[in-house]
Design a protein around this ligand. Structure first.
Ligand code: GLA
Length: 461
């Protein structure tokens, strides 16, 4: 993996309507011109849901929608943040003392996460002040990772202001870690693809060490994103962190059952690696070692031979302290089977048999069923949308991102795209008040986009 950092491009702002508009807005807001711009894309995860934080590979691609920030470093030690979307109010803070309020997932906190990550990485006691105007076009709370794109964009803004450099992998790791300041224990997929994406290819993202490999998607199919219009902000509820904890507890119980040093085990992947078994064999071990009935904290303590107090203080995270039931069997079943589906998906893309699109579609639909039934991260609207997409020609369809709302991704034979879009539009959007001016933002075909970039304005004569 190269140690290359994100690219810097010289552009003529006058020729880029979005940059030009942002420059004008920046000027009327701050009374000066931006010195540079940074963009970081959102992503759609094609397959491999809720397994990155268990140590398993995922298969996302960047979307063209992104966060774009116009930046001007200033001499005062103040960070001024503004957003082109009037729903997001201005925010200012001293660059000497960045505080992130975990209890309020407000937009500017994601920016602060990215900045703080870079500051800490270089051991700096304070940051340079800056004026920033943010312009995002990734639908928020839709599972397309608008929040991570903002964290990554802010990380790269801060790095650029400091005049330092880091590789894309380092940036991704820093931003994955620093986004956890907001309180969700995400796994690193979103930040990795935001930096490591390349136009024209999806990526297999592997962890420990972080690396990305090209996955060539079939040319005869199109990936279509459809928004269920149910908003889910994963930092505003504890669903996400409960799943992370259930996976961790399942890993510990499996490790204990197999006489491993369970105390040190945190991820389901570690159990597999230590046992030297295949994913299919891990499914059998799960069947043997865990029961489908939910576990109470007391039963977990009994299995591990620890007190409830030890469970609370040494294992449970702050927002899982009061959880009364943990579903360990179902979560581990999902994770091991989903990890296997990712590898199968990649293999089919490489081998490209005649029925590639159908086979990939089947894996995507299996993934959705597993998310719905075993991981319980779907919702009735997502299930309905997946059914509608299947009915109108998708070879496979699934929720994408954290779930509990947000978007689906479907694989659609290229020649069926126009009828697919028209029919899904009619069946899901038109028949409800979901149809709106945002039609194209709710249902659209997407192609693998490029990763984060810095733009400098080319000098005009
Ligand atoms: C969120 C997290 C990711 C990943 C997905 C679910 O997007 O940030 O790390 O866990 O959910 O696959």
């Amino acid at each position: 993996m190269s140690a290359e950092g994100p690219a810097t491009r010289r552009v003529s702002v006058a020729e880029h309507p979005r940059l030009l508009k942002l420059k004008k807005m920046f000027n009327s807001k701050f009374g000066s011109n931006p010195k540079f711009y940074v963009r970081a894309p959102g992503r759609v995860n094609i397959i491999g849901e809720h397994i990155d934080y268990c140590g398993y590979s995922v298969l996302p691609m960047a979307v063209e929608q992104d966060m774009l920030i116009a930046v001007e470093p200033v001499k005062t030690h103040t960070l001024h943040l503004a957003n082109t979307n009037p729903l997001y109010p201005d925010f200012s803070t001293s660059a000497n003392n960045i505080q992130i309020d975990k209890n309020k997932p407000l937009w500017h906190n994601y920016f602060l996460c990215g900045s703080k990550g870079i500051q800490e990485h270089f051991g700096l006691s304070s940051l340079t002040g800056m004026n920033c105007l943010v312009d995002g076009n990734i639908p928020p709370s839709s599972g397309l990772s608008s929040s991570s794109a903002l964290v990554c964009c802010a990380g790269l803004v801060t790095l650029t202001v400091l005049g330092r450099s880091l590789s894309k992998v380092e940036l991704a790791e820093i931003c994955a870690k620093s986004e956890r300041y907001i309180g969700t224990e995400g796994g690193g997929m979103d930040q990795s693809i935001s930096f490591l994406a390349e136009e024209g290819t999806a990526k297999l993202i592997e962890f420990s060490p972080l690396r990305a490999t090209d996955v060539k998607l079939p040319s005869g199919a199109v990936f279509v994103i459809a928004n269920s219009c149910v908003e889910m902000n994963k930092a505003a509820t504890s669903h996400f962190n409960i799943r992370v904890m259930e996976c961790q507890l399942a890993a510990k119980l499996l490790a204990k059952y197999k006489n491993l040093d369970w105390d040190k085990v945190l991820r389901l992947e570690e159990v597999q690696t230590q046992l030297g078994l295949s994913l299919e064999e891990m499914l059998l071990v799960t069947e043997e070692a865990l029961h489908p009935e939910p576990y109470s904290p007391e039963e977990i303590c009994g299995c591990l031979g620890i007190s409830v107090e030890e469970l609370r203080t040494q294992i449970l995270s702050p927002n899982t302290q009061d959880v009364r039931t943990f579903k360990l069997h179902q979560r581990a079943q999902h994770v091991y089977s989903e990890a296997a589906r990712v590898l199968q998906f990649k293999k089919i893309c490489e081998e490209a048999p005649e029925n590639t699109v159908q086979l990939l579609g089947e894996l995507m639909s299996q993934s959705h069923r597993s998310c719905r039934d075993l991981y319980e991260c779907s919702c009735p609207e997502l299930d309905q949308l997946v059914d509608i997409c299947r009915k109108h020609g998708a070879q496979g369809s699934r929720l994408t991102g954290a779930g509990w709302g947000g978007c689906t991704v479907s694989i659609v034979p290229a020649d069926m795209l126009p009828s697919f879009l028209a029919n899904v539009h009619e069946a899901y959007y038109q028949k409800s008040d979901r149809s709106s001016a945002r039609e194209n933002q709710n249902l659209f075909a997407t192609k693998p986009g490029g990763g984060a970039l810095v733009f400098l304005e080319a000098q005009t004569m």
